[in-house]
Ligand binder design. Structure first.
Ligand SMILES: *Cc1c(COP(=O)(O)O)cnc(C)c1O
Length: 400
């Protein structure tokens, strides 16, 4: 064990520094991540109310979709009622069938696995890399060589798990706390093994991987606009795709699969009521106008944290990988081997003193609902789960 790993964690010093960076004269608790309404939100929402276009029709949805397309560079965007429904729809569009397996990190929000379950498919957990907090492509490569075979059918290759006999249809890399996963090796693996990629970019609007926006390195991706994300529509989500046919199908299936007709109700498949209401899209249009400003502020806050925690013993402030330009949606401290001993104390003291902090999610393979799912060894996930602490990250915590 190297020296840094043995070093004691000074919990009081961490709290003192957080107090210092955040606000000294505050009267309320500093949240982890607070929405910012700085622009035309009132104006656009009022417009919906004034005109009566609040629900399933109206011009803000299309406008929001094209603003997202412009910002991310994704050729097609379909807005949905939340990020989970966007993920579910992506899996349906990738033709994930019941009893097929879908690879995903265990270190993610439960929605990633739930969307797989909605398809009747089976989550298959893979480990993450401490340097990116996303899927460890090297470990995945050796694992696939060990457990999977590539089969060919109609000139298409697909991947079979030899241990379960099931097809491994897709993989869902998730860009943790906004930090991009190293996508290139995953894209290579997916091509080699015939596994489709769906990016869970729920947290990474405003984050770029080698100058490409997250969610545009695969055929399908999902974003979330829940209240805790970098921009919000109250509740909302979006599907990004580079495929026009999939985009048309996504729009159709998220709007009850109704065929176009002036009055007839005719539905040609089992559709979903997953469309984003116009009033939520109105909020989104105003929010995205301020996205570059929010990303800038959050990056400045992260820089301040980085400088402050640079010389701390026993922990490091997580910074973007060299290939990434991150939105720093949630700022993250990673404690050393002593972390598991100190985590509860740190969480308890910070929250008591009005600085909201949170641990990372319980790894999904440890939840009773998912504990019987196939999984590789998950030692990095299990270790990180006891050493990660998220600290206040709102864009207004740094002076303009
Ligand atoms: C927020 C989030 C989702 C789900 O988004 P909702 O809009 O809350 O349904 C999915 N995956 C990850 C990683 C998230 O953080």
């Amino acid at each position: 064990m190297d020296k840094a790993n043995e070093e004691k964690i000074d919990v009081q010093k961490i709290i003192y520094s957080l107090e210092n960076i955040l606000s000294k004269n505050r009267i309320k608790t500093i949240p982890l991540q607070e929405p910012q309404f700085l622009g035309k939100e009132w104006h656009y929402v009022k417009d919906c109310l004034d005109t009566g276009w609040v629900s399933s029709a109206g011009s803000y949805v299309e406008r929001f979709e094209s603003l997202l397309s412009e910002y991310t560079g994704a050729p097609y965007v379909v807005a949905t009622v939340n990020g989970t429904s966007a993920l579910h729809m992506c899996l349906l569009l990738a033709k994930v069938q019941p009893d097929e397996e879908v690879l995903l990190p265990s270190l993610t929000f439960v929605a990633t696995a739930n969307a797989i379950s909605y398809c009747g498919a089976i989550p298959h957990f893979v480990d993450v890399d401490e340097a990116t907090l996303g899927i460890d492509a090297n470990k995945l490569r050796s694992y696939l060589h060990e457990i999977a075979t590539i089969e060919n059918n109609d000139q298409k290759s697909f991947c079979r798990n030899r241990q379960t006999g099931r097809i491994i249809k897709a993989i869902i890399p998730m860009h943790t706390f906004g930090h991009p996963v190293d996508m290139d090796p995953l894209v290579e693996l997916s091509q080699q093994f015939g596994i489709k990629i769906i990016e869970d970019a729920a947290e990474s609007l405003g984050s770029f991987y080698k100058n490409r926006h997250t969610g545009t390195m695969s055929d399908l991706a999902a974003i979330s606009f829940n209240g805790n994300k970098i921009i919000t529509t109250g509740g909302g989500g979006a599907i990004l795709t580079n495929n026009q046919e999939l985009a048309i199908l996504a729009k159709h299936l998220t709007t009850t699969a109704k065929t176009a007709h002036p009055w007839a109700y005719y539905h040609d498949s089992v559709g979903y009521n997953y469309r984003l209401p116009n009033i939520n899209a109105a909020l989104g249009c105003a929010q995205i106008e301020n996205l570059p400003f929010l990303v800038k502020r959050k990056r400045e806050l992260a820089q301040k944290y980085e400088e402050t925690f640079k010389n701390f013993r026993g922990l490091r402030f997580f910074t973007e990988p060299s290939f990434a330009q991150s939105n720093y949606w949630l700022n993250t401290l990673i404690l050393n081997e002593n972390g598991p001993k100190e985590l509860e104390k740190l969480l308890s003291l910070t929250n008591k003193s009005g600085i909201m902090t949170r641990p990372v999610w319980t790894p999904l393979h440890q939840l009773p609902i998912y504990k019987k799912c196939p999984a590789m060894t998950l030692e990095v996930t299990e270790s990180l789960a006891q050493r990660i602490i998220n600290i206040p990250s709102s864009a207004n915590l740094i002076e303009a």
